[in-house]
Design a protein around this ligand. Structure first.
Ligand code: PEP
Ligand code: MG
Length: 755
């Protein structure tokens, strides 16, 4: 069974488009199970009913036409029960509904299994047979397994819009379409969409159908790309003619032949004429040729697959360069993509960037954190978003609710204009507190710090009234380069930062890569990156990186004395001891080299449950501790902070997290070590109240949250905060805690701060 399954899934996977994938699926399943019919019904999102999307055995003419209401017929029964329905005699079942013209009348036995993705029924896969019989357990298990695997493919196709496109007769309207995702960064904006794709990655090119009047434009674009690639190859040929042997040079001629209008170039043009966009046409043609070459037994011929793929990538890269309007962005734009990398984000001048929308990610993924740092509204984890059809359209991004509107109508626009005005008013109001200290009504002082990683943050943080930088994520300057920055380069970067914040405290974290933060020039391939080589685990294995970094930090701090060093991802005391040894060694060496520096305070982050329960031992070793609640939450709850599938389980107010946080504070206080928190939680006014009550002395957050937190704390007494903490501490679930917090904020007339 497993071999058959693998074979089918592989074939379906390799299909060049969804239409062919579904056709292949029903054909293969029918053959493997030796049934007379295999059909796939999928939910039509617009009409809410089931439509026959592919069949082997029923009349092909009913594909796209045969429809069943949501709970109609046996298909509807499978969907409502959300489990297989296995019948020996389908006709006698009370739910049986004959679909006119489908040819179904001949088949007695019926086995239908639901296609479920993230608790939602997307469709039903059915096999039918003439003779009366019940399908056996093994057959049922086979179909269930196939449909479980197929479900995520269908959901993905749905998200990228491929699903609607396989019915060309039914043009989809995106007008006023609304898509939901996860709030990534609060705020609302309205602007033109700029869609970005991973560069020169053939597999990432989505299917995109074009209108007839767009064909010429795409052909022209292809022509330009072909010309440019041919020129590049000829130039390369010329350049290497003196150094490469004749035999090797023949390769260039092969390349030019492949690109000829009568070969690959011509085929791609034909696919464009069939209605595909140029990038998709390249992907399709190249994929077919690569497969054909790879299947050849002759080693010389099978190696040609590499050449074709290489040419495909070159062509794609050319097209993407011309399409990307050479780095020019509309005056106001919203970046949209499956995934948006830090460097893509920072490519857009901040004056143009109005919003960010990503299909992947969750509220605490690093992309969302950067969006908050830039104070740009963002929606992440928008898994249903047909993002590749949004380029150039007007969008509204609602980062409060996690909603995206495409081509909004007048009413929606008017509503959001009002929201934007209210938000501006709120900000203006909050700014009245800018220079006031964060003191509760009964005189308890809390320090508010900010998290940064970009130069723009520093300026914003200081003018938001921050008392210092509680977390500077040094990985960002590493991410936007194509190699590790040298010690000298790092000195320059850090000096600029320390100077801008001076005399305020500046907490610099050592490099925290791994997990969802990768460096293009230092790839880490792991099955479980969040449980793998991350943060201090990497830099302790590469002391040369850690030493260069802490040396650079200390050199940069000369004469300023506002530096604090923070170590991320600590799991045990040995890591702390080893780090301290290296930092002290670097300090000693620098002193010997003549630098006039002071040994900076060194702290550790508590982000792993093991560290939380050893808070005392860690606190005894260092000058301060800072809780990284983003990671602590993900590890305590075993929920990947980046995965939209489990975003609902990432509960920032889970009782276990609150108990762990209070435990850490108590332990730190016993060790008389200052304790702060620098996860996103600290920027949530509701959490800030609880954290203050627990005894956190300073809270570090994204700059955009600072004034909201300050306003909240200035309008409450410590007694209020402590009572609230007491109330929620006895609750056994995050929902009840959140409901109680909302009620409290309403009573205190602070609910406008937690929109
Ligand atoms: C955290 O984990 O809470 C944290 C502040 O670090 P990062 O978000 O960069 O992992
Ligand atoms: Mg972390």
């Amino acid at each position: 069974m497993i071999t058959a399954l693998r074979k089918i899934i592989q074939k379906v996977h390799n299909a060049s488009d969804l239409d062919s994938a579904l056709k292949l699926l029903v054909k293969e399943v029918k053959q493997e199970m030796q049934t007379q019919v295999c059909s796939l019904y999928l939910v039509d999102k617009e009409q809410g009913d089931f439509v026959l999307r592919a069949t082997e055995g029923l009349k092909k003419s009913s594909i796209g036409k045969a429809r069943l209401a949501k709970s109609e017929g046996l298909v509807g029964l499978v969907a409502t029960r959300e489990e297989p329905v296995n019948l020996e005699d389908a006709f006698t079942h009370p739910n049986f509904k004959y679909i006119e013209g489908s040819g179904e009348e001949r088949y007695s036995s019926f086995l239908g299994v639901p296609l479920i993705h993230q608790r939602k029924v997307l469709g039903v896969l059915v096999v039918q047979q003439k003779e009366r019989r019940t399908f056996d357990m093994e057959e049922e298990a086979f179909l269930v397994t196939i449909s479980a695997q197929l479900a995520s493919e269908v959901a993905h196709a749905d998200a990228t819009g491929a699903l609607v496109r396989i019915q060309p007769q039914k043009k989809t309207r995106l007008k006023e379409a609304r898509f939901s995702g996860i709030p990534g960064s609060s705020g609302v904006s309205m602007a033109e969409a700029v869609v970005i794709y991973p560069k020169a990655d053939l597999s990432a090119v989505p299917e995109h159908f074009i209108e007839e009047d767009e064909v010429d434009g795409e052909l022209d674009a292809l022509d330009c790309a072909l010309k440019k690639v041919r020129e590049d190859i000829k130039a390369l040929q010329k350049k290497t003619s003196a150094v490469l042997p004749k035999q090797e040079q023949a390769l260039f001629t092969v390349y030019l032949d492949i690109l000829d209008d009568k070969a690959l170039g011509g085929e791609i043009a034909d696919v464009i004429r069939e209605g595909h966009w140029a990038q998709g046409a390249i992907k399709r043609v190249v994929k077919e040729h690569v497969k054909a070459f790879e299947d050849m037994d002759d080693p010389y011929m099978s190696e040609r697959a590499v050449d074709v793929r290489d040419l495909g990538i070159r062509l794609l890269s050319e097209l993407q360069n011309t399409n990307e309007a050479s780095g020019e962005y509309p005056e106001e734009c919203i970046l949209v993509g499956e995934e948006i990398t830090t460097s893509q984000l920072l490519d857009v001048p901040s004056k143009n960037l109005r919003g960010i929308i990503a299909v992947s990610g969750s509220s605490n993924s690093h992309m969302a954190i950067i969006a908050r740092a830039l104070n740009v509204p963002a929606v992440v984890g928008a898994v249903d978003l047909p993002y590749d059809r949004l380029h150039g359209r007007q969008l509204i991004v609602d980062g409060f609710e996690g909603l995206v509107y495409c081509d909004p109508g007048l009413e929606i626009k008017a509503h959001y204009k009002q929201v934007m005005e209210e938000e501006a008013l709120l900000q203006a109001n909050l700014e009245l507190d800018l220079d006031k200290p964060t003191v509760t009504l009964d005189g308890h002082r809390v320090e508010l710090f900010v998290n940064t990683g970009l130069m723009v943050d520093i300026a914003r943080s200081i003018d938001r009234g921050a008392e210092g930088i509680g977390l500077y994520r040094t990985e960002i300057p590493f991410m936007i380069r194509d190699r590790f920055p040298s010690e000298r380069e790092q000195v320059e970067i850090y000096r600029e930062q320390l100077l801008a914040a001076s005399p305020k405290i500046f907490t610099m974290r050592t490099l925290d890569i791994g997990g969802d933060k990768s460096l293009p020039y230092f790839p880490i391939e792991e099955a479980n990156p969040f449980l793998g080589w991350r943060g201090i685990r990497i830099t302790l294995d590469h002391p040369e990186l850690l030493l260069a970094q802490v040396r650079a930090m200390m050199i940069a701090s000369e004469g300023l004395s506002n530096l604090r060093i923070l170590i991320p991802m600590i799991t045990n005391v040995f890591e702390v001891d080893s780090c301290l040894l290296l930092i002290r060694r670097a300090y000693k060496e620098l002193k010997e080299e003549g630098y006039k520096i002071k040994m900076p305070p060194v702290g550790v982050m508590i982000e792993i449950p093991a560290a939380a329960y050893q808070a005392r031992a860690l606190a005894d070793r260092v000058d301060f501790i800072s809780v990284g609640s983003n990671d602590l939450t993900q590890y305590l709850l075993a929920v990947d902070r980046n995965n939209p599938r489990v975003a609902d389980l990432y509960e920032s107010f889970h009782p276990s997290l609150l108990h762990a946080l209070r435990f850490i504070v108590k332990e730190a206080k016993r060790a008389k070590t200052p304790v702060s928190i620098c996860g996103e939680l600290a920027g949530d006014p509701r959490a800030a109240v609880l954290l203050t009550a627990m005894g956190f002395e300073s809270l570090s957050m994204g700059a955009s949250q600072l004034l909201k937190v300050k306003y909240t704390l200035r309008h409450l007494t410590m007694k209020d905060c402590k009572q609230l903490l007491k109330d929620v501490f006895i609750m056994d679930n995050g929902e009840a805690i959140l409901a109680h917090l909302s009620k409290f904020f309403e009573e205190k007339k602070l609910s406008h701060l937690i929109r």
